[in-house]
Design a protein around this ligand. Structure first.
Ligand code: ZN
Length: 399
C-alpha cells in the first residue's frame, strides 16, 4: 500500500473484510451531508434509524472525524481558521435495539475502535482553544500519523503518543421531554456564549434521510452535540476504550444508539478542546437490562472503563494545581485548579524546548491523568496533572 493509498483508502485493519457483522461504511473525505444516510449531527428522537438489531447483536459503525473532513493533511493552517464547527459531530446511527424501552439500561460493549484514514488532527482553534484560548489566539494545528499503537507528528517532534482509542461521542437519543429540558436550561446561556446557539446554525443539520417539512421541524428543536448530557454524547472519556462496557439510560423505544468523533488518544480534560481526532471505526455489541434505570438509580451513563492502558508504569511527573495563585482566590474550584496545573506544565515543558502551543497540545492528547486531590480543604481545591515521562524522546525530569 503506497502513502497515497494510505490517506485516501484508509488503513483500518477491518477494511473490506466480511466480518459477519453489519457494517456501515463512511466514505473517506466525503462530508456527512453528502453521505447523509449514514447518520446525523444533532440529537433528536425523530432521526430515522439506520439499522435495527436484537439484544446480543453487534454492529460496526464508521464515521468522519469531528471536523467532518474539513481539515487537511497540509502544513498550512488556513483550515483551522475556516472550520465550520456547526458541522460537528458527524455520528453514525441511530441503531434501534429491538425490545429497548424507556427505563431500561442499554448495555454497550466497545469491542474495538480503529482509525479509518490513518491521519489524525489536534488543534488549538483560534477563539475556541479551551481555557487558554487567550494565550494562543493564532491557534496551532498538528497533524498526526497513526501507526497502530502510537502516533507521531511532524509539528511536535520528539514525542510519541500511545493509542488509547475511544469514541468521543457515544450516546442514545433523548426523549422529547428530555430534549425540551436541555433546551430550556441551555438557551439562557447562549447570549453570553456559554452554550452553543442551536437556532443560529440549523442549516448544517444532517438528520439522516429526513427532508422538507420533517427536516425543518426536527432541525428547529434538535440539540447540538457539544456538551455531554444525560444521554451520553460528547463524553470525551479517554478510558472508554476497547473492552469498556457502558450502561446508557434508555429514553425512547429502541434506545437509538449513535457514535462518532473518534479519538486516537486524549489526555484527561481534553484541555485544548481537541484530542487526536480521527475518522474511525467502532465495533459495538448490545444488550439490555430491563427496568435498569430505576433498579440501579441510573440517570446518566455509567461505565466499566477499558482494562487496557498504555504501559507507562509509574513514570509520570505530576503537577499540583490550586484554586489560588498570587492574589487570585477561587473557592474550592476544581476547574480553576486543573487549569492552574496545566499552566504549570506548559511553563515546565517550555524549559525543554517545547513552544507553548506544542506543550498545550501534548497535555491535551497524551494519556495525561487529572485527579482531584481535594475539594474540601477550604478555601483551596487541589488537582494533580500527571504527565507521562516516556512519551518524550528526552529526559524531562528535574536534576
Ligand atoms: Zn473529538
Amino acid at each position: 500500500m503506497t502513502t497515497s493509498d494510505f490517506r485516501t483508502r484508509g488503513v483500518s485493519r477491518f477494511q473490506n473484510r466480511d466480518l459477519g457483522v453489519p457494517r456501515f461504511s463512511c466514505e473517506v473525505g466525503v462530508p456527512l451531508a453528502e453521505q447523509a444516510s449514514l447518520g446525523h449531527n444533532r440529537w433528536h428522537p425523530d432521526v430515522p434509524p439506520l439499522h435495527h438489531l436484537d439484544p446480543g447483536d453487534e454492529v460496526i459503525l464508521e464515521a468522519p472525524g469531528y471536523d467532518d473532513y474539513q481539515l487537511r493533511d497540509r502544513d498550512e493552517d488556513q483550515d483551522i481558521h475556516d472550520i465550520d464547527l456547526s458541522r460537528t459531530h458527524p455520528m453514525a446511527g441511530p441503531v434501534y435495539v429491538n425490545g429497548a424501552e424507556p427505563g431500561d439500561l442499554l448495555v454497550v460493549d466497545v469491542l474495538d475502535i480503529q482509525p479509518l484514514s490513518g491521519i489524525g488532527y489536534s488543534n488549538v482553534l483560534p477563539g475556541m482553544g479551551g481555557p487558554l484560548t487567550d494565550w494562543f489566539p493564532k491557534g496551532f494545528k498538528t497533524v498526526w500519523d497513526l501507526h497502530g499503537t502510537s502516533a507521531t507528528s511532524r509539528q511536535i517532534p520528539g514525542v510519541t503518543i500511545p493509542a488509547l482509542s475511544h469514541p468521543g461521542v457515544i450516546g442514545v437519543a433523548p426523549s422529547m421531554e428530555l430534549l425540551e429540558e436541555w433546551n430550556t436550561r441551555e438557551d439562557p446561556l447562549i447570549p453570553s456564549g456559554k452554550a452553543v446557539d442551536r437556532a443560529a446554525v440549523t442549516e448544517t443539520s444532517v438528520l439522516r434521510t429526513l427532508e422538507g417539512d420533517e427536516w425543518e421541524r426536527v432541525a428547529a428543536t434538535a440539540a447540538r452535540t457539544m456538551p455531554p448530557r444525560e444521554n451520553g454524547g460528547n463524553l470525551d472519556i479517554k478510558n472508554l476504550s476497547r473492552g469498556s462496557r457502558v450502561f446508557f439510560p434508555v429514553y425512547v423505544p429502541g434506545a437509538l444508539f449513535s457514535s462518532g468523533d473518534y479519538h486516537f488518544a486524549e489526555g484527561d480534560g481534553e484541555i485544548t478542546w481537541n484530542a487526536i481526532e480521527m475518522d474511525g471505526v467502532g465495533w459495538y455489541k448490545f444488550s439490555l437490562i430491563k427496568g435498569g434505570m430505576a433498579k440501579y438509580g441510573v440517570r446518566a451513563p455509567m461505565l466499566r472503563p477499558s482494562p487496557l492502558d498504555p504501559n507507562l508504569g509509574p513514570r509520570y511527573l505530576s503537577f499540583t494545581g490550586l484554586s489560588a495563585r498570587g492574589s487570585r482566590q477561587e473557592y474550592l474550584d476544581a476547574t480553576a485548579a486543573a487549569i492552574d496545573a496545566v499552566e504549570q506544565a506548559i511553563d515546565y515543558l517550555g524549559k525543554f524546548g517545547y513552544s507553548g502551543e506544542q506543550a498545550y497540545t501534548i497535555i491535551s492528547v497524551a494519556p495525561c491523568e487529572m485527579h482531584v486531590g481535594g475539594i474540601v480543604d477550604i478555601p483551596n481545591a487541589a488537582v494533580t496533572l500527571k504527565v507521562p515521562l516516556d512519551i518524550f524522546d528526552k529526559d524531562i525530569m528535574p536534576k
